[in-house]
Design a protein around this ligand. Sequence first.
Ligand SMILES: [Zn+2]
Length: 129
Amino acid sequence: MSAETRDAGYDEFLDAIASDEGYYLACPEGHGSVPPTPRCPVCGEPDLSEEPLSTTGVLEDQTRIHVAASGFEGETPYVVGIAEFGPVTMTGRLRGGADADLDTGAAVVPSVELSDTTGSRMLVFRPSK
Ligand SMILES: [Zn+2]
């Protein structure tokens, strides 16, 4: 799979999240994965179906970033969170609240927002109201 194909798949995934039609990929064994992926990362099954993504996730972990990756220097410090949405776990930027000192276990909702410095789209988690 080329990088171009991967980006195209990820753009579609972000489009779906942005229009509240988020989905994940499920294999016949019930393993979930985040698009795009050609086969189940757990069992290798290539026959994946799109299933509706839960609209609310549970924050599992978070890390405050002080030294950013190239291109994100102007945004530090920021917080990256890992949230579980049923069978899939996703990584995204935490925004909202105190930007965003959420407790582990807090409910978060996914959205697609723009990076302050690069203007590119990224996955963002905000506290669930
Ligand atoms: Zn599987």
